[in-house]
Design a protein around this ligand. Structure first.
Ligand code: KG4
Ligand code: ZN
Length: 386
């Protein structure tokens, strides 16, 4: 008999609900994004996020059920993000899910948001009839996280009902990669969120850094040297990359006028790559391209080092930054060297509730049930420490 799970996600700035059957068939996936609300602050404002989740949670869940063609009574269980995330935001989803579970007399499963991101990749693979080999290395890369895990299962293929085990291999010591995208976009007058716009504009920058050890554009003297860190070689650091852009802009005041022009365009609602591209000099495009190449290089090289350290042949990549085209093509080039790399679709890369329902299915199948003491846990870890 198939299991229909309603997933609920509210850990950051997306209120989302989805209905997924057996952890692999998406009947509906509704995401209400708060980007327009947080845009003018250049990042997520926790109080505003909680308030908006409160407004959206009921209509979003209702829409997910309607799109799935179901009523509440048809559900077999409810899965909800328990953490990590913003406490006020998490509380909205957790409180609502608990109330719904009690009212309907349905089982409730608490889900780790990071495990949701792992299941986003598996969900996509299962939909395509693929079964990624385990153990694998998973890179979770978003606005809030940049983490590497080793993922193992009881069998060597990732089934949708498999209990997975996680070992943390490394993580960022300062900014998350998506945060670096957002901060650099803010410095350059490219709006919020920064990832999608930088992704599109980077293609038009200099190719000078391709294949080089550290991306360098000699013409504009843009240098992102190697990131030097002692300790765990699988840790990341992105604050230096952001600071390098800041210093470069200070050394080139001639770029101020175009930054100002772009800020004016943004204020007038002209935010697309097509609208901002004519306001970018080649110098700026090269800077964007070098920045992206450096971030991609950091992410790919450490993921490959992790795979080699663990002796695994599979890499799973998930989170908002996994939508990045250069990241995908760079990983895909590696795939030709004997590593299998799996990504979610763009919709499943960024925060959504289908991945929460899929993660809940695996735990539900293994008998896990949350009690009425389920609580929002802002720093919920995934697996053991490294
Ligand atoms: O997973 P997500 O939706 O939310 C968090 O949990 O953070 O990720 C959002 C982040 C933002 O920082 C955004 O700039 C980044 O993902 N992002 C991208 C791309 N699309 C979104 N970064 C690089 N390239 C993209 N195409
Ligand atoms: Zn996320």
């Amino acid at each position: 008999m198939s299991v229909r799970i309603l997933g609920i996600e509210s850990s950051c700035d997306e209120t989302a609900a989805a209905v997924v059957v057996d952890g692999r068939e998406i009947l509906s996936s509704v995401v209400s994004s708060q980007t327009d609300i947080h845009r003018k602050y250049g990042g997520v404002v926790p109080e505003l996020a909680s308030r908006e989740h409160l407004r959206q949670i009921v209509p979003v869940v209702r829409e997910a059920l309607e799109k799935a063609g179901l009523v509440f009574g048809d559900l077999d269980a409810i899965g909800v993000t328990q953490g990590p995330g913003l406490v006020g935001a998490l509380l909205v989803g957790v409180t609502y899910a608990k109330a719904l579970a009690i009212e309907l007399g349905k089982p409730l499963v608490g889900v780790n948001h990071l495990e949701g991101h792992v299941h986003a990749v598996l969900l996509e693979a299962h939909r395509a009839g693929l079964k990624p080999e385990l153990p694998a290395v998973c890179l979770i890369v978003s606005g809030g996280h940049t983490l590497l895990y080793e993922v193992t299962g009881k069998s060597n293929g990732a089934d949708s009902d498999a209990t997975l085990l996680y070992k943390r291999l490394g993580g960022t010591r300062d900014d998350a990669a998506g945060e670096a995208y957002d901060k650099v976009a803010r410095l350059l007058g490219l709006g919020y969120p920064g990832g999608p716009i930088i992704d599109q504009l980077a293609e038009q920058g200099s190719e000078a850094g391709v294949g080089a050890k550290s991306p360098v554009d000699a013409e504009n003297n843009l240098r992102f040297g190697p990131t030097k860190m002692s300790g765990n070689a699988l840790d990341f650091s992105f604050s230096g990359v952001k600071t390098a852009v800041l210093y470069h802009l200070r050394e080139h005041p001639d770029l101020n006028a175009e930054i100002e022009a772009r800020r004016e365009a943004l204020a007038a609602g002209r935010r697309s790559a097509a609208q901002l591209r004519p306001l970018c000099s080649q110098h700026t495009l090269n800077l964007i391209s070098s920045f992206q190449r450096k971030v991609v290089h950091e992410l790919v090289s450490r993921s490959l080092a992790a795979a080699s350290q663990c002796g695994v042949k599979t890499i799973l990549v998930s989170g908002g930054v996994a939508a990045n085209r250069e990241l995908r093509t760079t990983f895909e080039a590696e795939a030709r060297q004997g590593i299998s790399v799996f990504f979610p679709s763009r919709e499943l890369s960024t925060d959504n509730a289908a991945m929460i329902a899929a993660a809940a299915f695996a735990r539900f199948s293994n008998g896990e049930r949350a009690g009425s003491d389920l609580d929002a846990t802002p720093s919920l870890p995934l697996g053991g420490a490294s």
